[in-house]
Write a protein that binds this ligand. Sequence first.
Ligand code: G3P
Length: 219
Amino acid sequence: MKIFLDTANIDEIKKGVNWGIIDGVTTNPTLVSKENSVFEDRIKEICETVKGPVSAEVVSTDYENMIKEAEQLVKISEHVVVKIPMLPDGIKAVKKLSSMGIKTNVTLIFSPLQALLAAKAGATYVSPFIGRLDDVGNTGMTIVEEIRQIFDNYFYETEIIVASVRHTQHVLEAALAGGDIVTIPFGVLDKMFKHPMTNIGLETFSKDWKKYQDYINNK
Ligand code: G3P
């Protein structure tokens, strides 16, 4: 399973990349707006750091302008994946970009049928937003399971990025549901390392080793 960081914060990205377990990054206008940086410069810096797929989102909602924005975005780096909203014009743009060899990530997916349309248009990735579905009383992960089944039934190569992840349980459920990728905030990644039994075990090993060293030295 691939792990992407869902952030535009360069310090978090550097930390994750340094651990050697980050395959890519996703951003969106909200995440970029939290950073005091020029959008294009930050995307370039992220691409140079992660050296893997980096989703950068268009803000237009009509076909012509989405294509224009996409053409500018891919000039930033070979790693840029153009994030396109799930709209009829967005799907038309994905079809065109796909024929141009430009990678796309269809975002704001809230149903398996939206994912099917994106896959048919040749999307490289689809991003179901599971946390936001949970927020409105649905079980977000159900659509990941359904998308997985549809893509497997018809051999679509489009990869599923499980997005809008709020906690570590979502990551576990995404992995069990067959999500290709999970994109997570840095805080969730940090928590994935942790278990109290690991710390207790380490303390015991360390104490026992010290006792053993004392025994050897006093022999
Ligand atoms: O990648 C999409 C994701 O960032 C949305 O997350 O937490 O704003 O629902 P959230």
